[in-house]
Design a binder for this molecule. Structure first.
Ligand code: ADP
Length: 259
C-alpha cells in the first residue's frame, strides 16, 4: 500500500474531482465530496441533477471519466469485489428478483459466497428482527409482499454482509404516506443503532432532513451547497438553493429537526 493509500482517519467515501460523461454531455462533475465514517449524508436536488450517478460511481457500477473515488482512503478499482462488498445498496423500487422468495433475495450474496446454511438462517433471523420484517414472510415471493415489506427485504439484503457503508437511492419513493412514515422511522433508528456511514438519495427535502446530519444539494451535475437545512435557508450559496428550499418548504416540511 502506498503512503497516500493510508486508511487511517480517511473519510468512508471520497470523490475527488470526479467527472462522468454520458455521450459527450456531462452527467456529473467535477464533484468533490467527502463523507466521514458514521455520518448520514443526503443527496438532494431536482431530477437529472446527478444524484443517482454519484451513488453509482461510489458503487463502482459506473467508472469516472476523470477523478477518483476512494473508500477509506483507498482508490476504488472496478475489479475490486471485496471493496464492493463493504457497500450495501438499496436500489429504487427495491430491485428484488421476482422468482426468489424474500429470504432467498435477502441472502443472495451470502449464498453466492457459500455461507453455511445455519449461518444464513441465523443472519436472516437477526435481520428480520432488526428491520421488523415478519419472519414467516421470508418464504413469500415479492408479489406476495406489501411495498413496505419489499423495501425491508431490500434493506436486509443490503445489510446482510455487514457493510461499512449503506447507499440508498430513493428507498421510500414508491410507498404510500403511512408506510413511508413507518419505514422512515425504522430506517432512522437502524442507521443510528448500527452507526454506519449512509449516503442517501432523495428528491424530498423533508425526508433528507429527517435522516441526515448533512445535506448536499446538486444541480446540473454539480454540488451547489453542502450543510444543514438551516445553513441552506440562512445563507443559500446560489439563488437556486433558495428556490429549491422554499419550493419544498411550501409543500410542508415537518417541524422535526434532523437527528
Ligand atoms: P438524478 O438521480 O439526480 O435524477 P441522474 O444521475 O439520473 O440524476 O442523471 C444525471 C444526468 O445524467 C441527467 O442529465 C441524465 O439524463 C444523465 N444520465 C444518467 N444516466 C444516463 C445514462 N445511462 N445514459 C445517458 N445519460 C444518462
Amino acid at each position: 500500500m502506498r503512503a497516500d493509500e493510508s486508511t487511517e482517519g480517511a473519510p468512508a467515501i471520497e470523490l475527488r474531482e470526479v467527472v462522468k460523461r454520458y455521450g459527450g454531455a456531462e452527467g456529473l462533475g467535477p464533484v468533490s465530496l467527502a463523507v466521514p465514517a458514521g455520518r448520514t449524508v443526503a443527496l438532494i436536488g431536482p431530477s437529472g441533477a446527478g444524484k443517482s450517478t454519484l451513488l453509482r460511481l461510489v458503487l463502482g457500477l459506473v467508472a469516472p471519466d476523470r477523478g477518483e473515488v476512494r473508500l477509506r482512503g483507498a482508490p476504488l478499482r472496478p475489479e475490486d469485489h471485496a471493496a464492493r462488498r463493504r457497500l450495501g445498496y438499496v436500489v429504487q423500487g427495491g430491485g428484488l428478483f421476482p422468482h426468489l422468495t424474500a429470504g432467498r433475495n435477502a441472502a443472495l450474496v451470502a449464498r453466492h459466497l457459500r455461507w453455511p446454511e445455519a449461518r444464513v438462517t441465523a443472519r436472516l433471523e437477526e435481520l428480520a428482527a432488526l428491520t421488523r420484517f415478519p419472519a414467516e414472510a421470508l418464504a413469500r415471493f415479492p408479489h406476495e409482499l406489501s411495498g413496505g415489506q419489499a423495501q425491508r427485504v431490500s434493506l436486509m439484503r443490503a445489510l446482510f454482509l455487514e457493510p461499512e457503508v449503506l447507499l440508498l437511492d430513493e428507498p421510500l419513493g414508491a410507498l404510500d404516506p403511512i408506510t413511508r412514515a413507518d419505514l422512515q422511522a425504522d430506517l432512522r433508528a437502524i442507521f443510528a443503532s448500527l452507526g454506519k456511514t449512509v449516503l442517501l438519495v432523495t428528491h424530498d427535502l423533508a425526508e433528507a432532513v429527517f435522516f441526515a446530519h448533512e445535506l448536499v444539494l446538486l444541480r446540473d451535475g454539480r454540488v451547489l451547497q453542502r450543510g444543514s437545512l438551516d445553513a441552506l435557508v440562512r445563507a443559500p450559496a446560489d439563488p437556486f438553493v433558495a428556490r429549491f428550499v422554499h419550493a419544498q418548504r411550501a409543500l410542508g416540511l415537518p417541524p422535526g429537526a434532523p437527528p
